[in-house]
Design a binder for this molecule. Structure first.
Ligand code: GLC
Length: 808
């Protein structure tokens, strides 16, 4: 008899759910189990989860859809995904159950058979690194736990089936996956070839996908798909299993009640096991499927043997939960706002870890073939995981540094498996290295990193410090008619493509960012003792300050850019795109203007860009395509960069507001776009209520408030940075841990726990005067200290930090 967990199967809401979440129509947060519970399968878009972290990645929707890859979604894709498909999330990891007496059949993940919802009990729990999908149909309770065990290149589907009827029942259980021929581009495009090379066979109870001859995968690599019970039959050929003029909803094999024992020699390879299952009344059975990538048959065999036992799966799931608990313990919060705690403690950090692993490469919106690891994106993504994964961050930064050319310019992206970089010409890219390296050193104190040698793209080597020097130097060398940085193909805003034949378009924002970077280099130089270049950086600081203020101060806010003809963009003088959020926020972050200017530009951002769903990137949006402005006008007004609420840029406004000391406003912006808030209007927001999306449609669009492109977005790292480092104000610095909150005035207090350079900091902040910003006193382990930078202890002990807010 199988041990299972039928106690809380299907729609049994835990009492632990927090009050505000009841309003969502699709799901709620189970805080204690760190799960998001989806209560109906027909979510407005597929609500997905990422399983795996470093090498094996499996995306899974709330109805079992999604694909897998090993290391690289372009060169080593294991399961197929059909983009632009309807329904959107097919194929997937499916299990069909066919009742031998009634001939009725259904899917244990609702899709693809799609039984009537009124007869179908359903619950999906997306957890940290695992997803559980439960169903209750025809008196059969099922629960599938999908997960990728830590450090293993495989996914487990642990299945329990329980017969709740009064009689013995006999079933056939069919598994189903569709293999991708490893090279995703070829798999999607070159059918005259690919349909003749597939090879999938069933040997000794296991299905193997063996299609070969691909340089990065197929020669030795293969996929195995195994189950811990004997087979009745199987299929490896898609057309045979599905049958003519049918689809995944009504496969011929399932309808017939047994597999055809097809092998794939050419055609479309699949893996489908068919098992006979008998369940006495009240009996529960447990099955384990594993699907993995390997280059060695013996290794695959070891795993197949290991997961013969359901206990092994349970143990691995337990290890995964421990991993996440430890990970999240490194930085946790207790604030007066329970929703903030939910995001900052769990879901935002989880999303940060995912974007760190996969950048913008593969999601349900990024195809995994065009974009690899984005250079600027990955440099930013490190911020959200640094406190937990400093060693991994260091390796990632080295990969990024290796994509810098000798002259200081950079590739725009690289691919993880081949390590090949490509594209360039984005004016901001090199400067993001200053962000990642300075943050890494502030976190770790590893100044020696600056002297480590890393090769440039051309092969010659230079120290990390030399890389940074060249990056700053390169951007400063590329100046236009106003002495501001040339915009190149684009800057952070990929769609602001202003360059024309004169090659003279300039980015004010890159000027502000360069100002910030040069100041960051001065701080680094002072902290590390590498002072010889300080005067160069000082020259850049004053140059950028002078030029930006002379040419780009528009009276009430900062102009965003100049076209190839020198016409301002993001200015009062423009008909469309009069004001741009990031030129205001970064003026404050970089500290490039006088206090009144900075207050004015953020006030204007609020006035013209704020709406009930967040801050729009520009206003008003462009209504037509203008080649002099670039791709901005290709989007409908209100979408993406053209006046969408870019969730990546909103936290820059939050950070700016904390610098100005306006904690109520910073927090208001934070709460507006937080997924937990959006989950309450899921029918409007449409994407997952537990992770950030790239953007939310602005007020000019016909569906304002509708989000798109969830999961892989800089919104994750920057919202976490805004709440933890700036609103709660706990951030690493060269000399210690800064505590400098800027909170809503209504808050009495908050607590945080942070692991920092080998010690635990238990921080308690009280706010007796109900102010937003200002630290009156700091007490560490019972002794007052004279600043709000708590020293480095590195003693593996806990330290009590008591902070009282107020005027000094
Ligand atoms: C997307 C890209 C990012 C870019 C932003 C604005 O989020 O991943 O690199 O900066 O859009 O265009």
């Amino acid at each position: 008899m199988i041990k299972g967990n039928s106690r809380n199967l299907v729609n049994s809401k835990s009492k632990k759910q927090i009050k505000t979440e009841k309003t969502s129509s699709y799901g709620w947060f189970d805080k204690d189990n760190k799960e998001f519970v989806i209560t109906r399968p027909d979510t407005p878009t597929p609500w997905i989860n990422y399983l795996g972290s470093d090498e094996y990645c499996a995306m899974i929707s709330n109805t079992g859809g999604g694909y897998s890859f090993h290391k690289d979604p372009r060169n080593r894709r294991l399961l197929r995904y059909r983009y632009n498909n309807i329904p959107a999330d097919r194929p997937g990891r499916y299990l069909y159950l066919k009742d031998e007496s009634s001939n009725d059949y259904w899917s244990l993940t609702w899709q693809p058979v799609l039984k009537n919802l009124k007869d179908y009990g359903y619950e999906c729990r997306h957890g940290l690194g695992y997803t559980k999908i439960k169903s209750n149909y025809s008196n059969i309770l099922s629960e599938i736990s999908y997960f990728v065990p830590l450090n293993e290149n495989l996914e487990v589907w642990s299945v329990s089936l329980k017969n709740q009827s009064k009689t013995k029942r006999r079933f056939k259980l069919f598994s189903y996956v569709e293999f991708c021929l490893f090279e995703a581009v070829m798999d999607m495009t070159d059918f005259q070839y690919t349909l003749n090379i597939a090879k999938a066979v069933c040997q000794n109870n296991t299905i193997y996908h063996l299609t070969g001859y691909f340089p990065y995968a197929g020669r030795n690599g293969f996929v195995y798909f195994a189950v811990n019970n004997p087979l009745n039959s199987f299929d490896c050929d898609r057309e045979t299993f599905i049958g003519p003029y049918r689809n995944e909803s009504n496969p011929l094999a399932v309808e017939k009640g047994s597999g055809f024992k097809s092998q794939a020699h050419g055609g479309n390879p699949i893996g489908s096991h068919c098992l006979s299952v008998e369940l006495d009344k009240n009996e529960e059975k447990q099955l384990v499927f594993i699907l993995g990538y390997s280059e060695n048959m013996k290794e695959a065999d070891t795993f197949i043997k290991k997961y013969k036992y359901p206990e092994a799966a349970l143990k691995e799931l337990g290890k995964l939960k421990d991993y996440w608990q430890k990970y999240l313990d490194k930085f946790s919060f207790e604030t007066p706002d329970k929703e903030t705690d939910l995001m900052a403690n769990t879901w935002n950090q989880y999303q940060c870890r995912t974007t760190f692993s996969w950048s913008r490469s593969a999601s349900f919106y990024e195809s995994g073939i065009g974009r690899g690891m984005g250079f600027r994106d990955s440099n930013q993504d490190v911020l959200g995981v640094l406190h937990a994964l400093p060693e991994r961050v260091k390796l990632r930064i080295k990969e990024l540094l290796a994509n810098e050319f000798e002259n200081g310019s950079c590739h725009h992206q690289f691919f993880p498996l081949t390590k090949k970089g490509e594209k360039g010409g984005y004016s901001d890219d090199p400067l993001w290295l200053i962000l990642s390296v300075t943050h890494y050193i502030k976190e770790t104190g590893d100044f020696a990193f600056l002297d480590e040698e890393v090769a440039f793209v051309e092969g010659s080597k230079g120290s990390v410090y030399e890389h940074l020097l060249r990056a700053v130097g390169y951007v400063f060398s590329q100046k236009g008619p106003h002495g501001l940085p040339l915009i190149g193909f684009a800057d952070w805003n990929d769609c602001l493509n202003l360059m024309g034949p004169k090659k003279a378009a300039e980015s004010v924002w890159v000027g502000q960012f360069l100002h910030w970077a040069a100041r960051a280099m001065i701080d680094l130089a002072r902290a590390s003792g590498k002072t010889k270049d300080i005067s160069k950086f000082e020259e850049i600081v004053s140059w950028t300050k002078e030029k930006v203020n002379k040419y780009a101060w528009d009276g009430d806010w900062y102009i965003r850019a100049f076209t190839d003809d020198g016409v301002p963009v993001g200015s009062k003088s423009c008909k469309e795109g009069k004001i741009d959020l990031i030129a205001q926020a970064w003026a404050v972050i970089g500290g490039i203007g006088e206090k009144e200017q900075l207050i004015s530009c953020m006030d204007m951002a609020k006035k013209y860009l704020d709406c009930e769903h967040g801050l729009m990137l520009i206003a008003p949006p462009y209504t037509t395509f203008d080649p002099k402005i670039g791709a901005m006008g290709t989007f409908a007004p209100g979408l993406k960069e053209n006046g969408g609420i870019f969730c990546h840029a909103n936290p820059w406004a939050m950070i700016a507001e904390t610098i100005l000391g306006r904690g109520d406003l910073a927090f208001e912006y934070y709460k507006k776009i937080a997924p937990v808030t959006r989950n309450k209007i899921a029918d409007i927001h449409k994407t997952e209520g537990y992770v950030y999306a790239q953007f939310i449609a602005g007020t000019s669009h016909s569906e304002p408030g509708r989000a798109r492109n969830s999961w892989l977005t800089g919104s994750a790292t920057w919202n976490f940075t805004a709440i933890s480092n700036y609103i709660l104000g706990i951030r690493a610095d060269y000399k210690g841990l800064i505590v400098d909150p800027c909170i809503p005035r209504g808050w009495n207090d908050f607590k945080a726990k942070r692991y920092f350079r080998g010690a635990w900091y238990n921080i308690e902040v009280t706010n007796p005067k109900h102010i937003s910003k200002g630290v009156k006193s700091v007490n560490v382990d019972g002794k007052a200290i004279n600043s709000n930078v708590v020293p480095v202890f590195n003693d593996q002990k806990e330290h009590k930090v008591k902070v009282i807010m107020g005027e000094k």
